[in-house]
Write a protein that binds this ligand. Structure first.
Ligand code: AMP
Ligand code: ZN
Length: 467
């Protein structure tokens, strides 16, 4: 099946057609490095990783760029308040540069833990001030800009298609109290360049500032993506991604800047991941509901359990986080690892000729249908239960699926230390429980204990540990 992706531009699933034969340019908005990323942010990065791996599995050569926002993102997503990095530096009594460096490193560790392939190019906004200024100059020449007391602004009334992404209701946005107008001409206008606060004001001592034709200051948040995307991918490129919160403001503004400057589309496909929520509320760094990967690890969950949890939901549906759900995901992943390690085949150097074509097609039909990972996981279970496929072929096919899923199934086969004998008894016991044969289940539990292991029942199966 041809690859189909949901495009926020058309609000439809579309067949993916690259600009250049078999080469894909992919731009994903990266983290703002003033704090640890939370597991909501990481959900979006996992979705983007699945997209990249799916493209690669469809034989596309992907050039992936993910920016690091280390300047210009203000406390409110608009042009208000302090720069997030500068604020964090002030609070932690460190330099803004140290803050950005530290949280960039932590972000890279988190994505490595989650088996997310890092983008080949991860440019920092502060390394591209010249490019951002050059783009603002083009916009200035073309009459898109005006000056206020605190910066150079983009006049959104001059960009006729403003709001085209996701058919956002701009009138509604203007009416909303969320965006303050101040001395801007229109509510939706946004800063391209902000002047450093004058000495004497409360935020007077900015650490990150540059001279520019408009005065000493720093770039607005949106301009970095427009400038770095065209530098590394040229314009137009194929796919631009981010979380859905970027649709009404950040991506609308990227489009206005890039398309205003060069009179051609910025990207052909725009894809957005839905939120991770907790008690129906978006997980956000500014809320008290903020959970990091470190917290998950401290609670005893392997990062791949979180990846598995995320893959069990489609990227365009909201996903609710709870500790019970993590417990189920843990049992589910352990069960999967056990199922695979119970296959009689132990030949890990399986060749592609062992891959079962029918199941591979089924799996690709699921994943190529706008990255339907829950369905893809169901196909994997169907394969594991099939009586028509040999263990050798099952293993080869699952390891092939895992190139997209990224659950490190091959590594788990090598690292699982639970002996085969124990795993077999555990599976037998699971079957007994499913048949409500509590007596047999009890006997098998004792047997496992006697052999030096502990089995814990969970909603979806069990976990095994050495006692
Ligand atoms: P930020 O560091 O705030 O720029 O966000 C990094 C990425 O995470 C962006 O693509 C956001 O859209 C995304 N994001 C933010 N909050 C959530 C959430 N609760 N669930 C999923 N993605 C999110
Ligand atoms: Zn961006």
């Amino acid at each position: 099946m041809a690859l189909k992706l949901y495009n926020t531009l058309s609000l439809k699933k579309e067949e993916f057609k690259p600009l250049k034969n078999k080469k894909v340019g992919l731009y994903t908005c990266g983290p703002t490095v003033y704090n640890f990323v939370h597991i909501g942010n990481l959900r979006t990065f996992i979705f983007e990783d699945i997209l990249r791996r799916t493209l690669e599995h469809n034989n596309y050569q992907v050039k992936h760029v993910m920016n690091i926002t280390d300047v210009g993102h203000l406390v409110s997503d608009e042009n208000e308040g302090e720069d997030k990095i500068e604020k964090s530096a002030r609070e932690q009594k460190k330099t803004a540069w140290d803050i950005a460096k530290f949280y960039t490193q932590e972000f890279k560790k988190d994505i490595a833990d989650l088996n997310i392939e890092p983008a080949q190019i991860m440019p920092r906004a502060t390394d591209h001030i010249k490019e951002q200024m050059a783009l603002i100059k083009i916009l200035e020449k073309k009459g898109f800009t005006y000056k206020t007391s605190d910066g150079i602004y983009f006049d959104t009334s001059k960009f006729k298609k403003y709001g085209k992404l996701g058919k956002v209701n701009i009138k509604g946005l203007k009416a909303g109290a969320r965006i303050k107008k101040g001395d801007k001409k229109h509510h939706t206008d946004f800063a391209l360049w902000k002047f450093s606060p004058q000495l004497g004001s409360r935020q007077a001592h900015r650490q990150m500032e540059w001279s520019s034709p408009w005065g000493i200051g720093f770039p607005g948040w949106h301009i970095e993506c427009s400038a770095m995307a065209v530098k590394y991918l040229s314009q137009p490129f194929d796919i631009h991604t981010g979380g859905i919160d970027h649709i009404p403001i950040h991506h609308q503004n990227e489009i206005a800047q890039s398309e205003g400057a060069y009179d051609k589309p910025l990207a052909n496909y725009w894809m957005h991941g839905e939120f991770l929520v907790i008690d129906k509320k978006k997980m956000a760094k500014s809320e008290s509901n903020f959970i990091t990967l470190k917290i998950l690890k401290e609670q005893g969950y392997h990062p791949l359990v979180y990846r598995f949890f995320v893959l069990n939901a489609h990227y365009r549906t909201q996903l609710n986080f709870s500790w019970e759900a993590m417990e189920s995901a843990q049992a589910g992943l352990e069960h999967l690892y056990n199922q695979v390690s119970n296959l009689k085949s132990k030949n890990l150097k399986l060749t592609s000729k062992n891959i079962d074509k029918k199941f591979k097609q089924k799996f690709l039909n699921a994943i190529n249908d706008d990255l339907n990972t829950p369905k893809a996981l169901a196909v994997m279970q169907e394969l594991l239960k099939s009586r028509l496929v040999t263990d050798d072929c099952k293993l080869a096919t699952i390891l092939d699926f895992d190139k997209i899923l990224g659950l490190k199934i091959k590594e788990s086969l090598v690292s699982i230390k639970i002996p085969e004998k124990i795993k077999k008894i555990a599976e037998e016991r699971l079957e007994a429980r499913q048949n409500k044969d509590w007596n047999k289940s009890d006997i098998l539990r004792k047997k496992i204990n006697q052999l030096g292991f502990k089995i814990k029942d969970t909603k979806d199966g069990y976990t095994l540990k050495k006692s």
